[in-house]
Each structure stands twice: as C-alpha cells, then as structure tokens.
Ligand binder design. Structure first.
Ligand code: GLA
Length: 378
C-alpha cells in the first residue's frame, strides 16, 4: 500500500510527501453509549487509511483516492464544499481546524486504505483522523492536542457528513495503542489503557457484508430518542439515569423511546462489569455480557439485521464465549470472543452455515490491536 501511494503521488504531483496513517477500530463493549455520556471500550486495529501529503503553496487542496479512483479539488472556504462525498471528510477536517483558529494551507494528497468500507470498522474515522493528524503535524507544529483531533473528526461527521455520532471512533483511531484497549468515560473524557492479551482467547470479526451506512440512517433517530428521554428525566444525558427512573416515566414516553433508553442504561453498566471481569481474567463473564449486548441491540435498540442475528446464533451454537453486533449497527460485523482451540471450527462453521443461507461467505478478520494515528517512517 505504501509503495502504491508513493508512486501515485510521484506521478501526479512530483513533490516529496510525508506519509501518515490512522486506524479503524473495534469496540469490545459499550455500544451507543458514547453520545449518552456513558463508557466505551474500543481499540485501534491493524487496518488503516494511509495518505501521502505535501503542502503545495496554493490555496487549493488536490487529492486522489486510489481505492475509489477519483480525484477531487477544493478550496478552503466554507462554500468550497466538494461534491464527492469521500472528499467531504477531508474538507470537513480542514474546515474544523480552521474554525478552531488552526492553520491549513493548500496541499496535495494521495490516499488508500485497507479498512473494509461499510463494515462498521470506522473507515471514515480513520480517514478523518489520518488527515487531522497530518495537518496538525504539517501546518500547526502539533499544537492541537490529540483529543481535539478526535473532536475535529467528530465535528466533521456532524457538520459535513450528516451523522450525529459520538466520540468513540475518532478517539480510538487517534489514541489507539498496540495491544491495548481503552476504557473511555465519554462524559469526563478520562480514559485508561487496558492490556488485552490472552493465551486462551482471541477476538475475531465476522463481516456479514451487509453494508452499513450511517448517514441519514436511523442512527440519528436513535440518538434523538435518547435525548428526548434524558430531557424528560431532567438530565443532560442518560448517563445518570437508572431503570427505576425510566420506569417512573414509562407511561409518559413512547414504547420505542422506553426501550432505546433501557438498552443504553443497561449497556452502561455492562462496560463496567466487563472491565472488572477483564481485570480478574474472567473471560466467561466478558463473553456473557457480549451476548447480552447483542440481545439488547437487536431487540430493544433495533439496530441489528437478520444476517447479524444469524451470525450471533451460529456463534452461540458453536460454543463461542461471546458474540455481538459491533459498532453503529444496520449491517457490518459481529465481534466474537473465541477460545483459541475453537477458532478454526467456528470460522469454518460460520462460513458454511452463512453461505448455505445467504449464498455467500462472510469475511473473517482476526483482530490485531494496534497503534492509532501516526506518521509513517519511510
Ligand atoms: C458509530 C458512531 C459511534 C458510536 C457507535 C455505536 O460507530 O460513530 O460514535 O455511537 O456507532 O456505539
């Protein structure tokens, strides 16, 4: 990938670029809790978006996407928004840095990636974080702190891509560290690195290949439900809500809002239970919580789909320790906590059964927890 990017850059622009990369992410547990002030438990993975970038002494950004095979060119003013949706992520990052008083000048870029698109592994956060990190290094002497870089990515989603996402994906993409998951408190923004290493278990992603698309999706509606309930309870977010409080207003809110909030309140506690269990090396409890999350996401939050429920059932039948839909939902992957000696059997069975039912095999990716945004040494 690196060579391909550098060669393409040389052919198109002929100057000497620097290389930057940022990662996709997994999340062990804590789904749809970030925008509710709750906890999440993500980590960066070994799949990245990588870009070669060099200032071009103009006021224009010229960028080529190898994977989409498309070129875009845009200025840096608010009304210069490019028509290509992929270029809006980069435009948004530039604008958000400028809005915060940072510097962005014209630059040339060529990028590519191996984060599967629409698989719920946050390829868009990887793209935003790669450019936010690069432009901070290139034009701002790294004066913008890393948290702010994550927020720049998040604001890009809100203001230029139509997704009212939380902070988890960009946070994981920027802050990720090899071999470590991170427990983030999305209210105080305090976080802790947790080593994730086991001789007996590993994490495996099974990609249903149902494309998930969050823009204009029911994702924003889920968030609106949570905000309505929090407001009704007189709270800023559902972070401080309990099931008793929710039950006390049950007749005043819609059944849909009730079940959305119920999931979030329960999920918040599951993240803490999983941290405790991990500290004790109790993977059975971690796994049991993952199954509970899947059930909640499927039945109460309603962000699963038939294929993902099927994959979850197959995992359970195979005796997999934990399995659940991962990320925003509406397609993408399940994340599975699998005993190493069951690994091959599980993958084989999942592929076989899925193909029998849906006519194609799911893709399988082992999870390798890796570093987040960084400059790539040549
Ligand atoms: C998407 C969003 C995140 C988070 C997850 C669900 O990935 O971008 O902010 O809300 O969905 O946990």
């Amino acid at each position: 990938m690196k060579t391909k990017i550098l060669e393409e850059f040389k052919t198109r622009f002929g100057t000497e670029p620097s290389l930057y990369a940022s990662a996709g992410r997994i999340n062990l547990i804590g789904e749809h809790t970030d925008y509710n002030g709750g906890f999440v438990f993500p980590g960066a993975i070994d799949k990245v978006i990588m870009s070669a970038i060099a200032p071009n002494d103009t006021e224009k950004v010229r960028v080529f996407s190898i994977d989409i095979n498309e070129y875009a060119e845009f200025g840096l003013n608010e009304d210069d928004v490019p028509p290509q949706s992929w270029a809006r992520y980069i435009f948004g990052v530039c604008r958000e840095i400028l809005k915060r008083g940072g510097t962005v000048k014209g630059f040339d870029a060529v990028f590519a990636g191996n984060v599967p698109l629409g698989a719920g592994l946050s390829s868009s956060a990887a793209l935003e974080s790669c450019f936010a990190f690069a432009l901070n290094d290139m034009f701002n002497a790294n004066s913008i702190d890393k948290f702010e870089l994550a927020k720049i990515g998040q604001s890009t989603e809100h203001n230029y891509c139509g997704v009212n996402c939380g902070i988890m994906d960009q946070f994981a993409s920027v802050m990720g560290r090899k071999g470590k998951l991170m427990r983030l408190d999305c209210r105080s923004m305090e976080f802790e690195y947790f080593p994730f290493a086991s001789d007996d278990y590993e994490l495996i992603l099974v990609d249903s290949r149902v494309k998930h698309e969050l823009a204009d999706s029911p994702y924003n509606k889920r968030r609106a439900s949570c905000e309505r309930v929090a407001k009704r309870l007189g709270l800023e977010t559902l972070r401080d809500a309990t099931i008793d409080m929710l039950d006390s207003i049950r007749t005043d809110i819609t059944a849909e809002d009730y079940f959305r909030a119920k999931f979030v309140i329960e999920e918040k506690d599951r993240v803490l239970a999983v941290c405790d269990a991990l500290n004790k090396g109790d993977f059975e409890t971690v796994g049991a919580k993952m199954y509970e999350t899947h059930k909640g996401l499927s039945k109460d939050y309603e962000v699963s789909c038939e294929e993902l429920d099927f994959l979850n059932d197959v995992a359970r039948e195979c005796g997999v320790t934990g399995s659940r839909i991962m990320g925003g939902g509406f397609g993408g992957c399940t994340i599975n906590l699998v005993k190493k000696d069951l690994r091959d059997k599980f993958i084989e069975t999942a592929k076989e059964k899925f193909k029998e039912k849906y006519g194609h095999e799911p893709k399988v990716y082992p999870v390798v927890i890796s570093d987040g945004a960084h400059k790539v040494e040549e």
